[in-house]
Design a protein around this ligand. Structure first.
Ligand code: KG4
Ligand code: ZN
Length: 342
């Protein structure tokens, strides 16, 4: 082992993924994710079941992360964990586990804000993965199942929220519409797949109003619900006949809302260095649109590799490395936060 290297174990348990990763000097060595499947039958995440599954999975997931990284726990320099935001019962599992492990190993403990880690996922890579890292300052559009944010990033530990959703998150809009269309949970990826076969201009949906750089998606969900009810009354097979066109049109609307606000943020700040983060950045329509708008408008666009877009321990370990360099550690008194503004 190189003595000057810093090994960090990053643990993520904010929602329905139990994840652990090891980084060496901010470079990913392993990234293990166990996505809980128990929720699919309920059409959404059931908090009680999520925390129970985290308890069952956290030890095997951490062991796998250490094994993949080919290191033993005695070589770790720090333990990092998601303190919030998220489901409190889920966060408690990762927090308690991390506190105990750090105490037993007598090494520092680092708390991580899940949303900031999503942003820093743009720097996550393995030694053999070549990425172009965003340069500071940049604007990050973070789109996940629980959050939609425009963040100005001035440094690894310097971020401010320019705007965010005032109701549903973009991922929630995908998932809720998918549920109306009878698609299995989480519906976002399936809606994306079906949208690829449809015409995005088949149906027109409204862009709900939100002030300045904030977002709103709940009105869109309601508009789709009423639209489906009306069309099904005229034609009972409308949904199956038009499924891919509906998916393409809804996806087109969500992307137009996201890109519209991003453009506004770019106009306001003059920053043309752009990054994407969060589970919805896996959406092929959004990735393509951002890439093409980037070329058209001379933006430098960065999109993390897929494994660092959805919830993962890698982003926790990479973000924590920068806190480690600042000796930004927390004590054993730390408790998780379901809401964790920054
Ligand atoms: O970041 P993430 O893994 O978890 C949260 O922190 O919320 O994001 C999960 C969200 C879900 O709403 C899921 O439907 C959405 O990301 N998602 C997608 C796609 N893949 C994941 N939404 C649209 N298209 C996709 N391909
Ligand atoms: Zn997330």
């Amino acid at each position: 082992m190189n003595k000057s290297s810093v090994y960090i174990l990053g643990i993520e348990s904010s929602c329905d993924d139990t994840a652990a990763a090891v980084s060496r000097d901010g470079i990913i060595l392993s990234n293990v994710v166990n996505t809980q499947i128990v929720h699919a039958q309920y059409g959404g995440v059931v908090p009680e079941l999520a925390s129970r599954a985290h308890q069952q999975q956290i030890i095997p997931v951490v062991e796998a992360a250490l094994r993949d990284a080919k290191i033993s726990k005695s070589e770790l320099n720090a333990i990092a964990f998601t303190r919030g935001p998220g489901l409190i019962g889920s966060l408690l599992v990762g927090t308690s586990f991390s506190k105990s492990l750090a105490l037993a190993l007598k090494i520092p403990l680092i708390e991580v804000n899940h949303m900031q880690a999503h942003v820093i996922a743009n720097f996550a890579h393995r030694a053999d993965q070549i990425i172009t890292q965003p340069k500071f300052p940049f604007i990050c559009l973070t789109v996940s199942g629980g959050h939609t944010q425009l963040v100005q990033v001035d440094g690894f530990l310097e971020m401010k929220i320019l705007g965010q959703t005032i109701d549903d998150a973009a991922g929630e809009a995908f998932d809720k519409v998918a549920k109306m269309l009878g698609l299995p949970y989480p519906g976002g990826p399936m809606l994306d797949k079906l949208a690829a076969e449809g015409d995005p201009l088949s149906f027109k949906f409204p862009h709900p109003h939100a002030p300045e750089l904030d977002f709103s998606f709940s009105g869109l969900k309601t508009a789709v619900l009423y639209f489906l009810q009306k069309e099904k009354a005229k034609n009972p097979t409308f949904l199956t006949d038009e499924l891919s066109n509906i998916c393409a049109s809804v996806q087109h609307t969500i992307i137009a809302i996201l890109i519209g606000k991003l453009k506004l943020a770019i106009d306001k700040t003059g920053i043309k260095e752009i990054a994407l983060a969060g589970g919805v950045s896996a959406n092929s329509g959004l990735r393509n649109k951002l890439a093409s708008e980037g070329i058209k408008n001379s933006w430098n666009v960065h999109i993390p590799a897929m494994e660092y877009c959805t919830d993962n321990g890698g982003m926790i370990a990479v973000f924590a490395y920068h806190k480690y360099l600042q000796k930004d550690f927390c004590t054993q008194e730390i408790t998780p936060l379901s809401r964790f503004p920054f």
